[in-house]
Design a protein around this ligand. Structure first.
Ligand SMILES: [Zn+2]
Length: 392
């Protein structure tokens, strides 16, 4: 989602973006209302009124979606989670939370407030619509729906569409399958009961996938029943939900894998060292030029005191061409890490440090070398695994 679409506004430090795919759904909503539903409800309306009402209804619909997402984001912000942006796209909206909720209670509150907002908007719009329609409208609606709807003005018509749509949005989002809000609520409850985030996510994403398959099956059934466009649309939504349910579970697995990863799992242990008093020329001729190892730990009495490689030798020989031993040309060890440092912190350290490799030292002994490339390789490996599973 990052960087895609264009920026609309900024609300409370949250950037609101529109994905280009919103244009498709916006057009579909305007078209189906302006050319379909509204003329059907009001055969006497001028074409211009039907289209203008449709346009206003579509705009308010997107503002309702935005209000739903803003509710998630503002509650997240209150719980100390930064929300850089909200993106509206073809299937609704996504609030980008900088980090996952730390507790089930936080997750529950962030998730439930979205559908509650849609529910409140739905009741508000329906209530206003009924108020405008006047007393006795509900009785008329039961007796003769077509005649009852035909009596409504443009504003009441718009509200009588927007209200139920928001109510449906609330109900749809409460389906207890990941990644829908109801799935997050379910995950929060399971997480709270078992204390096991991974299993809670797995269960919620399985329910989400079952729901996704049910929607796809419904789409196939609708398509064969003659409603081709609605059928295809349902299939697309089901497919999207299924992918999102899988992706969110795998994302969690990756985050947890990083969490349990240590420097010891990433570092290189197959490397050679050199003694501090080794003659420089012998080191260059017999070791440095005979290997593709770039950085050589320099040991004195078994302890690492420096690193030597082509670059440090070249730099030092320019100043002092009389150097005789490895110790005279080596660079010092300015930082080292423990083999038990966690993956995430190791990543942070490597992004910040300009030294490559970083010696890994345990109880004064050199146990490994941590290269930037090693962590990148590990990430690449898992990224590939993750993609392969999602794209299937
Ligand atoms: Zn939501």
């Amino acid at each position: 989602m990052r960087g895609k679409g264009f920026r609309l506004v900024e609300v409370r430090g949250i950037e609101i973006r529109l994905d280009p795919s919103v244009a498709i759904i916006f057009f579909l909503v305007v078209y189906s209302l302006g050319a379909g539903l509204f003329p059907q409800w009001h055969p006497d309306w001028a074409t211009g009124i039907a289209w203008a009402t449709a346009l206003a209804a579509a705009l308010l619909f997107f503002m309702s979606l935005l209000a739903h997402e803003l509710a998630h984001s503002i509650v997240a912000q209150r719980h100390g989670i930064a929300v850089p942006r909200i993106t509206l796209f073809v299937f609704g909206g996504v609030s980008e939370l900088e980090s996952e909720p730390r507790t089930p209670g936080t997750e529950f509150r962030i998730a439930i407030v979205g559908p509650l907002t849609s529910l409140a908007l739905g009741m508000l719009f329906s209530g206003l619509g009924l108020e405008l329609a006047g007393a006795g409208f509900l009785d008329e609606l039961q007796a003769d729906p077509e005649a009852a709807m035909a009596t409504l003005g443009p504003l009441a018509t718009l509200l009588m569409w927007l209200g139920p749509v928001n109510l449906m949005l609330a109900v749809f989002n409460l389906v207890p399958g990941f990644p829908l809000d109801g799935g997050r609520v379910l995950r929060a409850v399971l997480w709270w009961r078992s204390g096991d985030l991974r299993r809670a996510t797995e269960s919620a994403s399985q329910v989400g996938r079952m729901f996704a398959w049910a929607i796809m099956a419904w789409g196939v059934w609708a398509a064969f029943g003659g409603a081709l466009v609605q059928g295809l649309w349902l299939m697309l939504i089901g497919w999207f939900l299924n992918n999102a349910a899988r992706a969110s579970y795998l994302q969690l697995l990756l985050a947890q894998a990083m969490e349990s990863l240590e420097v010891a799992d990433l570092m290189r242990t197959r490397f050679e060292s050199v003694q501090a008093d080794e003659p420089l020329q012998a080191f260059i001729d017999e070791k440095l030029l005979r290997s593709d190892q770039e950085a050589w730990p320099v040991l004195e009495g078994g302890h690492p005191i420096g690193l030597v490689g082509l670059d440090s030798i070249r730099a030092r020989l320019k100043e002092d061409s009389q150097a005789q031993t490895v110790a005279e040309v080596m660079g010092g060890i300015h930082e080292s890490v423990s083999p038990h440092l966690r993956g995430r912190e190791a990543l942070q350290l490597m992004l910040e440090s300009r030294r490559d490799p970083i010696p890994v030292v345990d109880a004064g002994q050199l146990v490994g070398l941590l290269h930037h490339a090693d962590l990148m390789r590990w990430l690449a490996l898992h990224e590939i695994d993750r993609r392969r599973q999602i794209e299937f």
